[in-house]
Ligand binder design. Structure first.
Ligand SMILES: [Zn+2]
Ligand SMILES: [Zn+2]
Length: 238
């Protein structure tokens, strides 16, 4: 297996008067980051820093840079493509799809966390970055979305449906809340009118005996007697 690529050199090539270094597998070009510009003083330091970032591919016995290392399969991207493995993607078709996605997200977070302290930064990505982008664009639709799409009531494309949903979300609660608030306003107005009328009746009945008799004859409520009874109850309690 290792003898398949005898023509390729085994050490990364230092380019551009030792200002950058290229991966032997994917030809991605790296330069020292701002914090590690001292690496430019010695080509050996640049090379050893680059090798420190690489993974050794045991299939082709070459160092694979972070751009072309396939951590899912443990080989470089070129060896993976020769073995027809999808780059950094699991081939198992069952529920491992989700596990792979979460693992990939975790790996991306780890890579992002490492990037600021990495001694070298990639300025020219190799062909495997494009493979990753294409894989994401053609990634299989998750099972939940597929079940939504295959439902009998489903119409239209995924681009139009969110627009409709946003419209519904904007208008419906507004209409409901407007109706509810107007009802609440009317009810509170009516209740306050009734309360004011009751207070006026009680005050008028306690001021004038004639008004109390009038209310008792019309509404059959003797307000003075009721107040006296209430007062009696209160004085009995204390
Ligand atoms: Zn390899
Ligand atoms: Zn590479």
């Amino acid at each position: 297996m290792a003898a398949q690529q005898p023509e390729v050199s085994l050490s990364p090539s230092i380019k551009d008067e030792a200002r950058s270094i290229a991966c032997v597998i994917c030809q991605a070009v790296y330069v020292p980051s701002l914090r590690h510009e001292h690496l430019l003083l010695a080509p050996a330091a640049l090379e050893s820093a680059f090798m420190g970032m690489c993974h050794f591919c045991f299939r082709c016995r070459r160092p694979a840079c972070p751009e072309c290392w396939d951590d899912v399969h443990g080989v470089c991207g070129r060896c993976g493509s020769e073995s027809q493995l999808p780059f950094r993607r699991d081939v198992a078709p069952l529920s491992s799809q989700l596990v792979t996605a979460s693992r990939q997200a975790q790996l991306e977070r780890e890579t992002a966390a490492l990037l600021p302290v990495a001694p070298l930064v990639c300025i020219t990505p190799g062909p495997f970055r494009r493979v990753l982008i294409e894989q994401r664009a053609t990634a299989p639709i998750p099972a939940i979305v597929q079940s939504m799409v295959s439902r009998p009531g489903w119409r239209g494309t995924t681009q139009t449906i969110p627009a409709v949903k946003i419209d519904e979300m904007r208008t419906r609660p507004e209409a409901k809340s407007r109706r509810a608030s107007s009802f609440r306003r009317i009810a509170s107005t009516l209740l306050s009118i009734v309360l004011v009328m009751l207070i006026l009746l009680i005050v008028a009945a306690s001021i004038s005996e004639n008004i109390n008799i009038f209310i008792a004859s019309t509404l059959h409520v003797d307000i003075r007697a009721e107040i006296a009874y209430l007062w009696q109850l209160i004085t009995q309690l204390f």
